[in-house]
Design a protein around this ligand. Sequence first.
Ligand SMILES: Cc1cc2nc3c(=O)[nH]c(=O)nc-3n(C[C@H](O)[C@H](O)[C@H](O)COP(=O)(O)OP(=O)(O)OC[C@H]3O[C@@H](n4cnc5c(N)ncnc54)[C@H](O)[C@@H]3O)c2cc1C
Length: 203
Amino acid sequence: MVSKLLLQTKPVYGGNARAIYTMETLPQMATVRAKAMSALAPDSSRKGEVITIAAGLDASAIKTHVLQKVVQEAEGIKLEDAPIIIAGGRGIGSAVGFKQLEELAQMLKGAVGASRPPCDNGWVPDTIQIGLTGKIVSPDVYIAVAVSGSSQHLAGCSGAKNIIAINRDPEANIFKEARFGVVGDWKKIIPAFQAKAKELLGK
Ligand SMILES: Cc1cc2nc3c(=O)[nH]c(=O)nc-3n(C[C@H](O)[C@H](O)[C@H](O)COP(=O)(O)OP(=O)(O)OC[C@H]3O[C@@H](n4cnc5c(N)ncnc54)[C@H](O)[C@@H]3O)c2cc1C
């Protein structure tokens, strides 16, 4: 009987529930998505031991092969490393709307992210999707603009230190997670916010 099994918690049913899994065989292994947890400060006194285990796999048994690796050049600050993220949702309405968010992000030295609908609609690239099936981010400030706050989206941003929500629906779920919230049309709020930020930053 194997004891001390690893218990792994994983989102299921599109992020609406969490299931705890375990495996009853050894060795036990788990992976964690990047930015899912805050990293500890490096401690040089801790040493790990690398044990090489021969997998004993016959090369002919491998059915998938890497044919090509394509490195996509990212412009500006990498989403995962940005201290400030301005994330737009379906309510932004178009690629043109996202240009406005990009201007603000540049001014604040941040990056633009998105919920799934803007990516599915082709307004922004899939690489900036945040959430269960996108990236996990944990910036200091996450400004969610016209994002309703679905569980799948929150799975990618609930580690943010401060969430600021801008939404015209006062009942939007995102306000439950937000530290600060503004109820109103982003088309009025973002330009006003940008003008004030410009003034404060002396730009
Ligand atoms: C298996 C699975 C995986 C998924 N993975 C992801 C994922 O990784 N990331 C993700 O984001 N979603 C994911 N989804 C989709 C998710 O369920 C939601 O559909 C999605 O997050 C909704 O995006 P949204 O908040 O932008 O849009 P909506 O829910 O349509 O919300 C739009 C919001 O904009 C507001 N709004 C509209 N106009 C304005 C305006 N002018 N000013 C201010 N506010 C305005 C509205 O009040 C509304 O709250 C997944 C779904 C499934 C089933």
